[in-house]
Design a protein around this ligand. Structure first.
Ligand code: CTP
Ligand code: MG
Length: 233
């Protein structure tokens, strides 16, 4: 079964602060996106890769990734729009699809390969997860604690998330043109969309290094991880 990857990289990176779109921000002298694509190209099971780039940067991204044999498309306004744009151009012979955040630039090859192995073993949707380290509180609108949420059965979802192609396609198909003000449908990941469509989502162990670069602090952490020479496994 052929594995393709959709790499949503079209976000602005608002939480990172002013500057270029997040995927183009530099980590150890290279854009986050280049790190992410290089990791994926180190994975023996990964075939075609489609990158959804910020609409104003399609040419830049195409040039930047010339060495890595990827297809670049323009992303959309919300993450699901970018994923759908990438999915639409994946070659027809791809039957297993991974969706991977460009912002998770240091994902270990072993996590990618575990997701693929679970799909090959028959899972229809797979998400890498890690345990929650902190105690979790539910609060009301005023910020008063309403409950302490037991964390033993909570997991944080990472990417790449893997799907049988038809599962991902049908999860994204009903979106159509969203009603004004509802363009994100509340879904922050693809597994959530598959789950909402009634698909069973399996988990595999994620990794600390697969964390998402969201803030300037995260970028500093990523620099430190790279300097340590880790995150390769
Ligand atoms: N993404 C995308 N298209 C969008 C929004 C997000 O392809 N319209 C991608 C981002 O580039 C990122 C991944 O989805 O690789 C995860 O999103 P997130 O971490 O939220 O990135 P940004 O949306 O860029 O960041 P922010 O929310 O802080 O603006
Ligand atoms: Mg975002």
């Amino acid at each position: 079964m052929r594995v393709g990857v959709v790499l949503p990289a079209a976000g602005a990176g608002t939480r990172l602060g002013p500057g270029a779109p997040k995927a183009l921000r530099e980590l150890a002298g290279e854009p986050l996106l280049v790190h992410a694509v290089r990791r994926l190209r180190e994975c023996p099971s990964v075939g075609p890769i489609v990158v959804a780039a910020p609409v104003a940067h399609v040419t830049t991204v195409t040039t930047l990734l010339e060495l890595y044999d990827v297809t670049v498309v323009a992303g959309g306004a919300q993450r699901p729009d970018s994923v759908a744009a990438g999915l639409a151009v994946l070659p027809a012979d791809v039957d297993l699809v991974l969706v991977h955040d460009a912002a998770r630039a240091l994902v270990p090859v072993s996590v990618v390969e575990s997701v693929i192995a679970a799909l090959r073993a028959g899972a229809r949707a797979v998400v890498p997860v890690v345990a929650v380290a902190d105690t979790v509180k539910r609060v009301d609108a005023a910020g008063t604690v309403v409950a302490t949420v037991p964390r033993a059965d909570l997991r944080v979802a990472q990417t790449p998330q893997g799907f049988a192609r038809e599962v991902l396609e049908s999860a994204h198909a009903p979106r159509g043109v969203p009603p004004l003000g509802h363009s994100n449908d509340g879904h922050t990941d693809d597994a959530g969309m598959a789950e909402a469509a009634g698909v069973t989502v399996e988990t595999v162990p994620g990794a600390a290094e697969a964390f998402k670069v969201t803030t300037a602090f995260d970028l500093a952490v990523a620099e430190a991880v790279l300097a340590r020479g880790g995150a390769r496994g």
